[in-house]
Design a protein around this ligand. Structure first.
Ligand SMILES: NC(=O)c1ccc[n+]([C@@H]2O[C@H](COP(=O)([O-])OP(=O)(O)OC[C@H]3O[C@@H](n4cnc5c(N)ncnc54)[C@H](OP(=O)(O)O)[C@@H]3O)[C@@H](O)[C@H]2O)c1
Length: 334
């Protein structure tokens, strides 16, 4: 019998998420049925949006439940295949969750192409890279010379979204929660400016960083950062509402910012939410473009790693507190 360690949702967080909301158990690895594939987890993506799932605010994820394996995208190795399209040893992207083994219908697997660290399929070439790509290009619609603002800019989606805007010839300003993150956005990823929202002088520093106002705001956070951005928007600006991470790690999310819709009306601003799944038929083409930008050095994919399945809860709690830079990945096996 092959053992399958699993991390279950033990309880739903009442305020901030804690490691005690999870527990580890062990069971037998599942057997694949006809047309199915057994996958061995190699690495798991730790992403902010799954906290919204635990809060019940991600309607597409359904109601939060306890006693189930914590969800998460994984890069996995095929351990046993009962479908002709996959062979033992193939690398795939799947929704494996926080466990050693998972079974999937073959049609639910994405093949990991060679020549790149497979873990990038959890970041730049995975859901977060696609979110940055479609959210920025299709919803934000940046034009060369415009000023683009990105929040949670040192996080997984944010650091990619900002670079995609820079590749379009825009002036890019990042917002992040630590001075060292802001410095790295400018020095390593070639953002034009980056501002720390925790600084007491944030509003003044934000205005100084955007002297010509903001044309596109890629909003990962909602909350006060959105409130300040709304007041800095130019006529005809676009706000791409990607996520609300400032309001996930609580049972008492704040209402949206004041001034909506008046500020939108006066500046003729378009504020639009999106889900990356809306663009599913175009994923392959987007992945090819993201990969080409990575290969040419235009797009740098930051990765931030924890080792060991048992560390996944700690990695998630720390991500919500801003401990990550780029895509956080938990390595489970070689
Ligand atoms: N629409 C879609 O289809 C879609 C798909 C994927 C992800 N998303 C959204 O994209 C956003 C980023 O997700 P991710 O997985 O890439 O996470 P991430 O940005 O890698 O990690 C979360 C980051 O949020 C920041 N943060 C935490 N609390 C905050 C607060 N109170 N105010 C401001 N910033 C705070 C932290 O950085 P600091 O140090 O800067 O505080 C932290 O590093 C999330 O809102 C997520 O829901 C949307």
């Amino acid at each position: 019998m092959t053992a399958n360690r699993q991390i279950l949702i033990h309880s739903l967080p009442e305020e901030k998420l804690s490691e005690a909301n999870y527990r580890m158990t062990e069971t037998a690895a599942p057997e694949p049925g006809a047309g199915q594939v057994l996958c061995r987890t190699l690495a798991i993506a730790i992403t902010a949006g799954t906290r919204a799932g635990l809060q019940g605010s991600a309607s597409y994820a359904g109601a939060p439940k306890t006693g189930i394996v914590m969800n998460g995208a994984t890069v996995s190795r095929v351990a046993n295949s009962r479908h002709d399209a996959f062979r033992e040893g193939d690398l795939v992207l799947c929704s494996g969750g926080w466990q050693d083994y998972s079974v999937h219908e073959a049609g639910q697997l994405t093949r990991v192409e060679p020549g790149v660290d497979p873990a990038h399929y959890l970041g730049a070439l995975g859901t977060n890279g696609l979110t940055a790509y479609f959210g920025m290009l299709e919803v934000g619609q940046p034009r060369s010379g415009e000023t683009v603002l990105v929040s949670a800019a040192a996080g997984s989606v944010g650091h990619l979204a900002g670079q995609i805007a820079r590749i379009q010839g825009c002036r890019v300003v990042g917002v992040a929660g630590a001075d060292d993150k802001c410095r790295a956005l400018v020095s390593e990823l070639r953002f034009d400016e980056a501002v720390n929202y925790r600084s007491p002088g944030y509003r003044t520093e934000f205005k100084a960083a955007c002297p010509k106002g903001v044309d596109v705001y890629f909003d990962n956070t909602g909350g006060d950062i959105l409130g300040t951005a709304l007041r800095g928007m130019n006529v005809g600006g676009r706000i791409a509402c990607c996520g609300v991470v400032s309001q996930y790690d609580t049972s008492h999310p704040e209402p949206g910012p004041r001034g909506v819709p008046g500020l939108l009306i006066n500046k003729r601003v378009r504020m639009q939410g999106f889900l990356v799944f809306d663009f599913l038929p175009r994923y392959d083409a987007a992945r090819r473009q993201l990969r080409a930008w990575m290969d040419s050095g235009d797009l740098i994919a930051w990765q931030d790693e924890y080792q060991g399945l048992q560390r996944a809860p700690a990695a998630f709690v720390d991500l919500l507190a801003g401990g990550n830079r780029g895509t956080r990945v938990v390595r489970v096996a070689d």
